[in-house]
Write a protein that binds this ligand. Structure first.
Ligand SMILES: [Zn+2]
Length: 410
């Protein structure tokens, strides 16, 4: 049965599909709200799309998303999601030293994922080659044909100007500055590419599938070699005018402190990041700790590492207390190096958040370690890709669908 493409434009069915691309697992009532269509029309369209195999109806997952909880009858409400037949998307996560690629359906269910070490910082060419090769591998593993891929989302560890797609700041991602990643990756993959920075995608990932499901106001902080943050406010990712909203790592916390890679001095990441803690340990003890040994040293009960991480937690807490006064988040999610989601850091953070909390300011901010681990950015990239399809790629209806029937239900 070969599919036939109907260029329906923004018909009612397309509106339902677009809404499901933007947010999977929503109830029919929420779909009605989001599309402006009546409940009866949405129910008829969902039935239609279900018969075509493009959507399926599943129980709401416990604790997940806006549709969680019960609907007053004690039963969990049913949610609608797109199926594999409605297309697939690619997600690419460029880290400083790795490239990770995944393919998923439009509901974000990962079909295959691969990761490879690569010197991403030094230049874009090699990173793009690795991304292209891994994209072919995951596509073949998942048995997804090239023309079933509708879009790609990609994340980089540096600021991205959303209006031009250019990578900003020469100091944060040397070798990539001034290049337009979306265009370069589009040439390699042959599909539209949307790009954002890694912390924003981490926030999106945790928001749709991790610790912050159903939380519409959150700050996701990624602490690893630097400190970045993605902010979701009122359910939307905060971008800023230059793509640097959430660069908490470069907020000055120590007057005339040590020089930072951004050119400033005493930035948060000079006191609360993996390299900062290792530098302070070296200064105080003369002992060098290899790159990924912070968590192991902490678990081994090293009191110096425990103290330095608690200090880092307090420094993060002071910045996040100020950020909370600006943004009023419901939750702060800690991602990146797992050493920074441990009790010494959390205790320091809690202490400062509590100290600076406005009296009578309602519920205290919840603190949660990220749940998606190293997959967070790629999960966010897949969601970015699905969302970027809004109004771009018309749905492909199987040829047995009678279009005049579909039009009647509008
Ligand atoms: Zn800085």
């Amino acid at each position: 049965m070969s599919p036939r493409t109907h260029r329906l434009g923004r018909t009612s069915a397309q509106r339902v599909v677009d809404a499901l691309r933007a947010e999977p697992y929503v109830t029919r009532a929420e779909l009605a709200q989001r599309t402006g269509l009546s409940r009866a029309t949405v129910s008829a369209l969902v039935r239609d799309l279900e018969r075509d195999g493009l959507v399926c109806v599943v129980p709401a997952s416990p604790g997940g998303g806006a549709a969680s909880g019960t609907n007053g009858t004690g039963r969990r409400p049913e949610t609608v999601r797109l199926t594999r037949r409605a297309g697939a998307v690619l997600g690419v996560d460029f880290g400083h030293a790795h490239v990770r690629v995944a393919v998923s359906d439009l509901a974000g269910r990962i079909l295959s994922a691969r990761s490879e070490r690569a010197d991403v910082d030094r230049g874009m060419e090699n990173a793009l080659r690795v991304a292209r090769r891994l994209a072919d591998v995951v596509r073949e593993e998942a048995e997804v044909a090239p023309d079933e891929i509708l879009a790609c989302g990609a994340g980089v560890p540096g600021p991205v100007d959303r209006s031009t797609g250019r990578i900003g700041s020469t100091s944060l991602l040397p070798g990539w500055s001034g290049t337009t990643l979306s265009t370069a990756l589009e040439e390699r993959l042959g599909v539209p590419v949307a790009v954002d920075n890694d912390a924003n995608l981490g926030a999106l990932g945790e928001h749709v599938a991790g610790a912050a499901r159903g939380v519409d106001d959150l700050i996701y902080v990624k602490i690893s070699s630097g400190v970045g943050a993605g902010i979701i406010s009122g359910g939307r990712l905060l971008q800023g005018s230059n793509g640097i909203a959430g660069e908490l790592g470069h907020i000055a916390v120590v007057p005339n402190g040590v020089p930072c890679r951004c050119g400033g001095r005493g930035c948060l990441e000079t006191v609360a990041s993996g390299p900062a803690v290792r530098r302070q340990l070296l200064q105080s003890t003369g002992e060098e700790l290899p790159g990924d040994d912070l968590l192991r040293a902490l678990q081994g009960g090293d009191p110096r590492v425990t103290r330095l991480l608690a200090d880092a937690g307090r420094a993060l807490g002071r910045v996040l207390a100020n950020a909370s006064h600006l943004l009023d988040p419901d939750m702060i999610v800690l991602g990146g190096d797992p050493a920074f989601a441990t009790e010494p850091v959390l205790a320091g953070l809690r202490e400062e958040l509590e100290r600076h909390r406005l009296p009578g300011a309602g519920n205290e901010v919840r603190l949660a370690p990220a749940q998606l681990g190293s997959q967070g950015q790629v999960v966010g990239a897949l969601r970015l890709a699905a969302r970027s399809l809004d109004g771009l790629a018309p749905i492909v209806f199987p040829h047995h669908t009678n279009e005049s029937q579909r039009e009647r239900v509008q």
